[in-house]
Write a protein that binds this ligand. Structure first.
Ligand code: KG4
Ligand code: ZN
Length: 336
């Protein structure tokens, strides 16, 4: 079974081909990505209308690129998958519309996938795929969640952010420091030259006893520091970046450990854009190594949005009989 996957929920157009045989973990045949980051940079954030238009321009050439790379023809595709949500409505409609048009033209069924399920399953495409069950820490620009994962489609939400997502905390803090969009990676790079203990910043909900997160207060604390520093900000910027990163990472690591402890599980998967963060990886790896817990990450290139995770999630849902692909082409999207 060959699945063509299309991701267009935000500012990356991703297309991929995965091949699934029997119950084996699907194999990635090819994937291609076009990032709109440069286009949105001038505006300091994603402009939804521009995002939709760019997805339209990119998606078919990217599809042709992955078919060429995999040595496949469109007629070899058995199922077309797309991101159904959450995301920007107009951007999602591009992927859904193209997927349904391709499906209808080829006479193949289509399947809409939850973007977060794509992130959550993405480590299955790594050289060291996890085994069920496991804890999942989902940390993206829009979500921060801890889940208990028993199998494909069997997810229990253990805790989530009550305000900003971890990626949002990175991005908003970065903006306050005058760093270019997208702020997360930029703040992280700057943090490498700073002292993570230089500023005392809050660790919201660290001792709340539940598995929820809150990052809105951290952003306010960073703003207060920026005001206090005034002209001195430039010299202390790296220290403030490092302290911000340390605060976010400490909360993510502590809550992940609490989720592992509560569930009794000894495996954790980290997925979503913030999963690319170096400090998060090193701190979580160290803490888990001490406890004999295995940590699984997606390949670095598949941490942020991509088409491979969408094709993969569709293939795994079909393999597990969790969902059937549809041939009525009555596509819908779920922005929220
Ligand atoms: O999963 P993703 O690509 O898109 C969403 O589904 O939201 O995640 C994007 C988020 C952004 O907030 C970005 O700043 C953050 O992930 N991010 C990082 C790093 N790389 C991406 N945050 C911290 N450190 C990084 N290295
Ligand atoms: Zn994402």
């Amino acid at each position: 079974m060959i699945v063509l996957g299309i991701e267009s929920s935000c500012d990356e157009t991703g297309v991929a081909l995965v091949e699934a045989a029997g119950t084996q973990v699907p194999r990635l045949r090819a994937h291609a990505l076009h990032s709109q980051v440069e286009m949105h940079q001038a505006y300091g954030g994603v402009v939804p209308e521009l995002a939709s238009r760019d997805h339209i321009r990119r998606v078919l050439p990217l599809a042709q690129q992955v078919l060429d790379e995999a040595g496949c023809h469109l007629a070899d595709v058995d199922v077309v998958a797309y991101t159904r949500g959450p995301g920007l409505a107009g951007a999602l409609l591009v992927g859904a519309g193209v997927a349904c048009a391709l499906g209808a033209a080829l006479g193949r069924p289509v399947l809409g996938v939850h973007h977060l399920e794509g992130h959550l399953l993405s480590p299955f495409l790594s050289a060291d795929p996890p085994a069920f069950p496991f804890i999942a820490l989902l940390v993206s620009g829009g979500h921060t969640q801890l889940m208990q994962v028993e199998g494909v489609g069997r997810y229990t939400l253990l805790g989530e952010t009550i305000d900003d997502a971890a990626g949002e905390a990175f991005d908003k803090s970065a903006k306050l420091l005058g760093l270019a969009y997208p702020g997360g990676p930029a703040l992280s790079r700057l943090a490498e030259q700073g002292d993570p203990a230089a500023f005392k910043l809050p660790r919201p909900l660290l001792h709340s006893g539940d598995l929820d997160f809150s990052f809105a207060g951290l952003k306010t604390a960073v703003l207060t520091q920026v005001h206090k520093l005034g002209d001195a900000l430039e010299q202390r910027k790296a220290d403030l970046a490092a302290s911000t990163e340390a605060a976010i990472v400490e909360v993510l690591v502590k809550k992940s450990l609490a989720a592992l402890e509560r569930s009794g599980l000894r495996r954790i998967v980290v997925a979503g854009g913030v999963g690319a963060n170096r400090r998060l990886r090193s701190q979580l790896d160290a803490a888990c190594a001490r406890r004999g817990v295995r940590v699984h990450y997606p390949e670095l290139a598949l941490c942020t949005d991509n088409g491979a995770m969408i094709a993969l999630a569709a293939a795994m849902r079909l393999q597990g009989g969790v969902q059937q692909a549809r041939a009525d082409y009555a596509f819908d999207v779920r922005p929220r």
